[in-house]
Each structure stands twice: as structure tokens, then as C-alpha cells.
Design a protein around this ligand. Structure first.
Ligand code: SF4
Ligand code: SF4
Length: 437
């Protein structure tokens, strides 16, 4: 067998693992991941195995009903039933009943994989972790590379592995080789790491970095003299020589439209609310239309489940979230960098669009953190409130399986968001506060 074939065979069996060195984890047994609006999906093998256990030992109520049901949003999926927002296997002592009575391997494969996220790419499996986990939010515990032996074992049975294509679409028209994508991603991360510039400006500059890249490739390719490798290297060399000064300068001059953010984030939040408080298809359409009109004309208030209170636009004043606090900056930037590390969205959309979604998640964190502080009567968001908001957004939007199915059922909402993302002022409008400073 040739060396190349042997390497290919080895990679298929024993892929290279690229574990995020920036991320740590150690389970604190808080049971946060076993509660709260998740749809914990169960594969067929796990559900058949679990139904063979003596489940009455866990909770008396289990004798009377099935622990699994079909997802209301996607009937293809089997999910674990919840009782009062908690997994039906969770004991009163906040322990997994399956684990406690029948051993760690008794849990469904999804739960065994949690919080690890596996993303298969042409160069190996990227491993990061879900921010729905408290330990991951706090970045406490053992750095992921040191957990690699256990991670390798989990990967063999992992039910959820995202596969990234060998070539990455930059903007829906230009395709980048994997190597060029990785090279340019490094540039984006260098830009986001510049310490002397505010975080919102850096995030807007990241969007401009991708827009200018698409324009640069289009123009240079038109001349027909250079390969994509040469064009990409030349682009990043220019950016580095300028210390990304050009994109930062454009970002600093950009104008934002707070109303745009209130309308579109309001729509996304309303859309998410319909997953929590289920309605018929017609009822959902009518609710979304009403929310769109009331956000547009400033009528009514915002509802942001799971927070029960309703909020007025004025509640989202910028002084509620102190973006220049070093802890806030570190935590938000860490989350953004982890989303980029895990190639969030690149399995189904262009890089430009995936990055714009990351900016949308950033805006949602601000909304959740502020709404939570207002609902608790706090003058401003505190550290734990910020981490909690990152967890909410990860759990309810970024990693919630039902979100994807909803976009399939209501493609109009996705088309509306796409339209917003293509607007010239999208990045500043979504990154700056939804109320003028
Ligand atoms: S099965 Fe166990 S680990 Fe999985 S969600 Fe339920 S209590 Fe948590
Ligand atoms: S949220 Fe994280 S720390 Fe808490 S029980 Fe789940 S895995 Fe453990």
C-alpha cells in the first residue's frame, strides 16, 4: 500500500484531533444541561436499550408513561420527555438517574457526547464544547487537548458530528480551498485579537475583512495572472502590513440603524418564542406578522423566553452592558472565537453568511443579558448575567435542533433574515446597541 493510501486509511480510522487549547471543561454536576427547553434527541439504539432497564427505580411516574416522544417541531426526531422543564430521568438530587442506577454507559449517546462538539474537516476533527454547559461558560477545568484520550473514545460513538465540505464558499460565488480558508481564518482571528480597538469595531471590521476579500479575489482573478493561493497570500500580507488599519478605519466610520436591529432581532426572538409556546402553523404565521409590524412601528413590548417579563426598547439602553469591562470583552470574544474555531454554520452556508450569523448571536447575547438584568431589577448586567446570556443564546439559538427545522417550515423568516444580512449597514446595526447612545 502506498504511503498516501496508508495515511488515508489511518485518517479514516484514527482521525487527527484538533482540540481547542483555549477551552477548558470539567463537569460540576450542576444538571444545567438536563433542564430547560432542550430537545434532547435519542438515537434508536439508545432508546431501545434504555427501555429495557427497570425504569421504575428512577421515578415512580415512569411506570405510567413512555420516557420518549416525537419532537413536535420535527417528527423525525425522538426526544426525551421533560417534566417541569427537566429531563424525566433527572433525580431530585440533580443526578442523572440512568447514570446513577445503571452506570455511565446507560445514558443516551447524545448525553454521553455532551458537551463536546465534533466537526469533521479535511484536516481532522475539530473539538470544542457547548456553552450551554456551566463549566464551559466559565472556562474552568482541564484544557481540551489534555482530555484527548477520553474525547477519542467518545467520538467513536458520537451521534452528532458536523461535516464541513472540502471547499468553502466565501460569498455564494467564490470557492476557497480548505487550506486557503484556514489561512484566511487565521487572519480574521489576528484581526479580532487587536487589543487597542473596541470589540464592536473589531467585529464590524471582521465583516469588512470578508467583504474586501471577496472583492479582491474577484478583481485579481479577472486578470487571469494569479492562482488563488497567490491572491489569498497577497491579501493577507497587505492586511498584516497595514495592521488591519484599513478595515478598522472603515469600521470606525460605519453608521448604524438601531431600528433595523430591533425589528429583525425582535422577529428572530418572536420566532424562537413560538418554539417554547407552541402554536398552530397559522397561529405562528399570524403571531410573527403581528410581531414584525409592532416592532417596526414601536408598538407593544418584547417577550424573550424563558424570561417571563416583557421589555420596552428603552430597557436596552447601552449603559446596561459595559462593553469596556475587561471580563465582558474577554468572555464575548472568547465565545466568538470558539464559534469561529468550531466552523459554526460552514456546513450549510457561505463563510460571509456564517460570520454574519455570529454577529447576530452577539446581538442576542446583549438582548438576553440586558433583559435578564432588567427583570431582576439590576442597574446593569453583572458577570454571571453575561455568562448566563451566552449560555441562553447557545442553548436556544446556536445549538437548538428545532431552530433548523423551523427555518424549513417557515422559509419566509429565513428569507427576511437573509435580506437584513445583505443590507449595507447590517454589521454596525447588529453589533451596536439597539438604542442610540
Ligand atoms: S438522560 Fe441523564 S444525562 Fe441525559 S438529560 Fe436526562 S438526566 Fe441528563
Ligand atoms: S452543564 Fe456541564 S458542568 Fe453542569 S452537569 Fe452538564 S456537563 Fe456537567
Amino acid at each position: 500500500m502506498s504511503d498516501e493510501k496508508e495515511k488515508h486509511r489511518r485518517d479514516a480510522q484514527e482521525p487527527r484531533f484538533i482540540c481547542s487549547a483555549e477551552q477548558a471543561y470539567e463537569c460540576m454536576k450542576c444538571a444545567n444541561c438536563c433542564s430547560d427547553f432542550w430537545e434532547i434527541s435519542v438515537d434508536k439504539e439508545s432508546s431501545e436499550r434504555i427501555q429495557g432497564y427497570e425504569l421504575s427505580r428512577i421515578r415512580a411516574s415512569l411506570r405510567y408513561y413512555e420516557p420518549f416522544k416525537k419532537s413536535a417541531v420535527n417528527p423525525e426526531r425522538t426526544i426525551i420527555r421533560q417534566a417541569q422543564g427537566r429531563c424525566c430521568f433527572l433525580t431530585k438530587q440533580h443526578l442523572c438517574g440512568l447514570h446513577y442506577f445503571f452506570g455511565a454507559d446507560a445514558k443516551p449517546k447524545t448525553c454521553r457526547q455532551f458537551p463536546f462538539i465534533f466537526v469533521k474537516t479535511p484536516e481532522g476533527v475539530y473539538v470544542s464544547a457547548s456553552f450551554a454547559c456551566l463549566s464551559v461558560q466559565r472556562n474552568e477545568g482541564t484544557p481540551l487537548p489534555q482530555l484527548e484520550p477520553a474525547i477519542r473514545e467518545l467520538y467513536k460513538e458520537a451521534p452528532e458530528v458536523t461535516t464541513i465540505p472540502e471547499k468553502i464558499s466565501l460569498d455564494g460565488k467564490i470557492t476557497l480551498s480548505w487550506e486557503n480558508y484556514v489561512y484566511l481564518e487565521r487572519g480574521l482571528l489576528e484581526l479580532l485579537s487587536i487589543e487597542t480597538v473596541s470589540l464592536p469595531t473589531l467585529l464590524i471590521a471582521g465583516n469588512i475583512y470578508l467583504d474586501l476579500l471577496a472583492e479582491f479575489i474577484k478583481q485579481a482573478t479577472g486578470k487571469g495572472e494569479y492562482s488563488q493561493d497567490e491572491i489569498v497570500r497577497s491579501y493577507l500580507n497587505i492586511m498584516r502590513k497595514q495592521r488591519f488599519g484599513r478595515v478598522i478605519e472603515i469600521a470606525q466610520r460605519s453608521l448604524n440603524a438601531p431600528l433595523l436591529q430591533r425589528v429583525y432581532v425582535g422577529i428572530l426572538v418572536s420566532f424562537r418564542n413560538t418554539i417554547t409556546k407552541k402554536r398552530s402553523r397559522l397561529g405562528t404565521t399570524a403571531y410573527l406578522l403581528w410581531q414584525y409590524l409592532s416592532n417596526l412601528f414601536g408598538l407593544g413590548k418584547y417577550q424573550i423566553y424563558p424570561i417571563e417579563e416583557k421589555f420596552r426598547p428603552a430597557d436596552f439602553r447601552p449603559d446596561k452592558l459595559k462593553m469596556d469591562d475587561p471580563f465582558f470583552r474577554y468572555s464575548l470574544l472568547h465565545y466568538v472565537k470558539q464559534l469561529i474555531f468550531r466552523k459554526q454554520g460552514l456546513d450549510k452556508m457561505s463563510w460571509q453568511k456564517a460570520y454574519r450569523y455570529i454577529l447576530l448571536y452577539f446581538a442576542l447575547i446583549r438582548w438576553y443579558a440586558t433583559a435578564r438584568a432588567v427583570s431582576r431589577g439590576e442597574a446593569s448586567v453583572d458577570r454571571s448575567g453575561l455568562l448566563k446570556a451566552i449560555g441562553f443564546v447557545e442553548q436556544y439559538y446556536v445549538r437548538h435542533p428545532a431552530m433548523e427545522s423551523f427555518f424549513t417550515i417557515f422559509p419566509q423568516v429565513e428569507a427576511l433574515l437573509d435580506n437584513f444580512m445583505d443590507k449595507k449597514h447590517y454589521a454596525p446595526s447588529i453589533v451596536y446597541p439597539p438604542v442610540k447612545e
